[in-house]
Structures are given as C-alpha cells and as structure tokens.
Design a protein around this ligand. Structure first.
Ligand SMILES: C[S@@+](CC[C@H](N)C(=O)[O-])C[C@H]1O[C@@H](n2cnc3c(N)ncnc32)[C@H](O)[C@@H]1O
Length: 215
C-alpha cells in the first residue's frame, strides 16, 4: 500500500524531462530562512491583483497559498488563512487571522479540511511548485463547490527556485502552464486567463489564471 495517488505518472505524463527540476535543488527552507519584507511586483500590479480579487467576489474564508506579509486584498476577507515558508513574514501579515508554515514541495498535502474555503489565491508563486498537480488537487479538495482558485504572476521570479519549465518560456507560455495545471486537475469550471494590466503601461505586467471548483 502507498499513500501516494496511484495515477501520478498519468497526471504528469507529457511534461518534458527536467521540467519540474530547479537550478537550486536544495531545501526551500534554506532559501526562505531569512524574511523578505518586500513586495515582489510594483504598485500598479498589486492594485491589479486587488481589483481582480474584488471582481471575483473573494470573501468569506479565504486561503492565501504561498503567502508572505502582504496578501493584496483591498478589503480583507472575513477570515484569511495564509500558508507560506517564513514565520517572520507570516506573523507580520496584518490581514491574516491565522497562518501556517508548510513546505508544499516536501508535502503537497495540506493540513486543512475538505471544503473549508470559499476561495484560494496564489500570487507570484506558482512557478516555485515542483509538484503542482498534487497541490492543485489539494486546493480543489479544500474549496467549497463553486469556490475560486486564482493565480496571478508577472514576468520575474527567483530564477534558481523556479522550475526549469517556467524559466524556459515566456509570459504566454506561463499562462499555458498554469492553464495546463488546471486542465489536469479538478474538475474546474469557468477557466479564465487575462492580462490584467494595460499593455501600454511601463510597469510590471500582471497575468491571472483562475477557475472555479465544479459543483
Ligand atoms: C515571491 S514570494 C510571493 C509572496 C506573496 N505571495 C506575495 O504576493 O508577495 C514567494 C512565496 O512563495 C512561498 N513559497 C516558496 N516555496 C514554497 C514552498 N515550497 N511551500 C510553500 N510556500 C512556498 C514563500 O514563502 C514566499 O512567500
């Protein structure tokens, strides 16, 4: 007997060899040991994240996956749980009602209940997941039917910690990668992908890919 889902090979079949490997294969707890109380995208992109969260009606009990000291909600959800790597960053998050330190690359199974969240957000972090399909299925398990799972990202990252597949493509490719994660997990409905900043803007572009847990 094994506690791994039996169809993992099928889940990942077709991705090129090395796609989910990284230049820095050492433990993420080393890289995230020191707090980074910074923002990873500019003010315009942060505003675009918040605007999307409002448009999607993200409220109730919400999980900020791969979170830090800021969660980018213009209005804090009724209850915000933040999951990330660095306890100093997490405890500095003023919007968090609770937080947990959890390494999704060591264990994609989260210590969270079935259908406990109205929404799950993940900002500028999906590129660091080495087992994204297990994580997407876990998020699906933790979401209420109809709950939204939204990813936002720009055009930069910590390259040594991002998966090779992400580093080897461009913005359009990144949108396709996240779309493919949704396609292989779930079931999800209302899948959407948009550039949320003006194409004429000189600031950071902000892409979003999201879907809802099928009822
Ligand atoms: C670029 S920061 C983004 C932080 C935050 N989401 C934001 O919008 O500012 C990447 C985040 O991913 C989290 N992270 C990276 N690897 C992780 C892992 N293996 N498990 C859980 N969280 C991880 C880190 O804790 C860090 O906060």
């Amino acid at each position: 007997m094994t506690d791994q889902p039996h169809d993992l090979t099928d889940l990942y079949s077709g991705f090129p060899a090395g796609f989910f490997e990284r230049a820095d294969q050492s433990s993420d707890s080393n890289f995230y040991a020191a707090p980074r109380l910074v923002t990873h995208i500019d003010d315009g992109a942060i505003e675009a994240v918040g605007k999307l969260y409002t448009e999607l009606g993200l409220t109730g009990r919400v999980l900020d996956l791969m979170g830090s000291w800021v969660s980018h909600f213009p209005v804090k959800p009724e209850e915000l749980v933040v999951l990330g790597m660095n306890t100093e960053e997490l405890s500095a998050n003023k919007d968090a009602d609770s937080w947990l330190q959890h390494d999704l690359n060591v264990n994609p199974i989260m210590p969270l209940l079935d259908e406990e969240f109205d929404g799950v957000v993940c900002c500028v972090s999906v590129d660091y997941l080495t087992r994204p399909l297990e994580v997407f299925n876990e998020v699906h398990r933790c979401l209420k039917p109809g709950g939204v799972f939204v990813h936002t990202f720009s055009n930069r990252c910590f390259p040594t910690k991002a998966i090779n597949g992400w580093n080897q493509t461009d913005d359009r490719g990144h949108v396709s990668i996240v779309g493919e994660y949704f396609r292989r997990t779930g079931p999800w409905s209302d899948l959407s992908a948009e550039l949320r900043t003006e194409t004429s803007s000189f600031g950071d572009p902000l892409y979003a890919v999201w879907g809802r847990k099928s009822s």
